[in-house]
Design a binder for this molecule. Sequence first.
Ligand code: C2O
Ligand code: CU
Length: 582
Amino acid sequence: PSGARPSGPVVLRGTSPSMALQPHELPAMLSVAAGGLRGPAHHPAGHGAPGHDAVGHDSAAAGWISPPMHPLVSMPAGLHRNIPDVAPFLPAEDPATLPEARPREVLHLADGDSLALVAHAVRRTIGGRSFTMYGFNGQVPGPLIRVTENATIVVGFTNRLPLPTAIHWHGVRLDNAFDGVPHVTQPPVPPGGAFRYEVHFPDAGLYWYHPHHREDILQDLGLYGNLRVDSRDPDYFAPVHREEVLFLDDLLVAEEGLVPYGHETATHALMGRFGNVLLVNGEPEYDLEVDKGAVVRFLLTNAASTRTFNVSFDGAPIKLVATDIGKFEREAWVESVILAPAERYIIEVRFEDPGRVALTNRVQALDAMNGNFFPEIDTLGMIAVADEPVGRDLTREFRRLRENRDVAADLERYRSHFDRPVDHELVLTVEADDLPFPLGTLFKLERAYFNPVEWAGTMPLMNWPTTGRNVRWILRDPTTDAENMDIDWRFRQGDVVKLRLTNSLDALHAMQHPIHVHGQRFLVLALNNVANENLAWKDTLLLPAGETATILLDLANPGDWMLHCHIAEHLEAGMKMVFTVQ
Ligand code: C2O
Ligand code: CU
């Protein structure tokens, strides 16, 4: 599956772009690359100001703060003149009047318990600066809700935000009426309104909750929390010394403050909004102290809008244990863990030697202007390993890789479907015809480099002005040519459906998509026709550019369910569909 890939450099493969630069575009291109915008000056209505070269001049006039450049990648100077074709949005409250966000609390809830969950503005202090952001019950991340499998809880949600919303219980196979998708399973909860959710947890695993309306704003400003569903089997996981539940995220901060969001629709629609400050549980720093020999189970969730993480611990062996909806068939050693937005991975790490171990994100970034891939390594946190040996020695337990017979037994019922022909197909692509000059041309230039996963936000000024108005991300059913919400798939409860997803390279800007299916579970049977030999149930899958995945969907839960890309800006730019299970 998408995790467990080695952390080596991404292999570059050749491609012959069908939308390569046309000869007539070359002169304009060269003048842009030379640092000046001397081509035809098609600025978005009202925002062009030829002759003003002051960086950010036009954007400031329109209330925008432009995103900072990537420190290692220079962009053509004139690009600052392109600003999004929407109004800027930031929370209006003065942070000085707000309560400081508290770290999350852990709530152990029993079957039948209720919880009041309020979304409202909080003050966050990040790197010594105060921002108005959002939280659940004053906490960022929101409360960690811990239950045992088969429990049902009642959540009384109150919306004290300026935007309508609804809460989605990501990955949980609950009743459709409580899935939290505005206009599909419920009316949006207006500002000041409330909604009562009954959340039933049929499967052990690590889940999360977040708003399902303008995730690009609300989730990015801090509205997310974990749901941890414990198995009834006391031996479900191996013994460890401690557990750490970590949300990975990023935030886009400029000199002047947070870069505003798009009011009418999302900005950064092409690549998604990459932040420039990486966060663990909402903080730019993460510290952990353990004794020598300690084994720690990390439960990881990626809450970023678009960033895919590749995390490792300074070469310490990582044992891959579980993902979205439970354990793998068998545990495995990996060098790093790749998490696309919304994916979860559960891993175990043993800290053998005293000293400091960095938790890092190691990726490969692309400088398309200068045609150069370079490594980007960020320290997310630091684990201090004491000289003192840990009390109980778990060396033997840690070295052993478990075979999970319970998982294999569950999978057995599905094996007869593995070699069946595909039932449905989706092709993933994009249309972006009205991009302001010279963005369309620059994106064609960028297509010369094949980048299966876009790991880093190296082109902020090209990405920022693309919005849900000039970019449309597409799921297309190639048998009917229906797209996004026009796709009409109907199934019966109990159907097992084989679906092939192809991430097309023919698009203006091909990139990876984390595809999420609501209310069901699936197996990733194969990537690029290579069979996956270690299966686990998932609800979100990372599909790199140019790749094909075959998944087996277990449709056990009736209702109207969404399938969409979990890059918040792609969802906002149309990349979603609803299928029905009768
Ligand atoms: Cu986590 Cu439809 O989303
Ligand atoms: Cu996408």
